[in-house]
Design a protein around this ligand. Structure first.
Ligand code: 13P
Length: 252
């Protein structure tokens, strides 16, 4: 069975002190959550301090991005997967729609970042999702499968098996407008069948596909009821330890 993943993306919020405080508050609230993996993604500058405080706990630490570069060198502003491991990360979010839309992360670039993350043994959380215009035009599935096709180009099935996918419809991010469980389930099932066609049913059955976009304590349970939703990537509602812990404990 697929072990659910509940991940919090803290985006560009929280100083080091605030990140540590939230992480320290979260730790005891989720220490008995054996039903799922718990991951938080603070900003780069907070990673090491947060990871140190969470050592030995069941809360894992993700970076929000990773350099595509495999070797140390003259790459101003970049942070390698190696360095993220050194800072205590086990996961890296890659291809978030905010990076795609605001910072020019193309599918080709995301593909190189995925390879770099895998090279260094980080678990990628690969984001995909359509805009409202694309959905309204009936192109949501095409957009998502094009993203996945290009993002996963050249990766072996063994590599793809290590990835967590996060379906985040852009129109549901930070808008309060969550996809209905039916809409999310439909896309998750589509992604899984696409993966099955590409990499085989065994791989597709084992891959975790998270939903992201206005997930809250109030709507997580019904989302998690859908058979192909294997967890959540949570933005706003992950910033407070208590609210995020309620999402982690979606099963009551
Ligand atoms: P919200 O939960 O704030 O909608 O953000 C979702 C998201 O972008 C997580 O990566």
């Amino acid at each position: 069975m697929r072990k659910p993943v509940i991940a919090g993306n803290w985006k560009m919020f929280k100083t080091i002190g605030e990140s540590v405080n939230t992480a320290v508050s979260l730790k005891p609230l989720v220490s008995n959550a054996n039903h799922c993996e718990v991951v938080i993604a603070p900003v780069f500058t907070s990673l090491k301090s947060v990871a140190d405080r969470l050592e030995g706990s069941n809360v894992k630490v993700a970076a929000q991005d990773v350099s595509d570069q495999l070797k140390f060198g003259a790459h101003t502003g970049e942070i390698s997967g190696d360095m993220l491991k050194d800072a205590g990360c086990s996961h890296a979010i890659i291809g978030h729609s905010e990076r795609r839309a605001m910072y020019g992360d193309s599918d080709a670039f995301i593909n190189r970042k995925l390879r770099a993350a895998l090279h260094f043994g980080l678990t990628p959380i690969l984001c995909c999702g359509e805009t409202l215009d694309e959905r309204d035009a009936g192109k949501a599935e095409q957009v998502v499968s094009d993203q996945l096709e290009n993002d996963l180009t050249g990766l072996t099935a063994d590599e793809v098996a290590k990835i967590i996918i996060a379906y985040e419809p852009v129109w549901a991010i930070g808008t309060g407008r969550t996809a209905t469980p039916e809409q999310a389930q439909q896309m998750h099932a589509y992604i899984r069948s696409w993966l099955s066609g590409k990499f085989g049913a065994g791989l597709a059955d084992g891959l975790r596909i998270l939903y992201g976009g206005s997930v809250k304590p109030e709507n997580i349970a019904e989302l998690m009821n859908a058979p192909d939703i294997d967890g959540a990537l949570v933005g706003g509602a992950s910033l407070e330890a208590e609210s995020f812990a309620r999402i982690v404990h979606y099963n009551g």
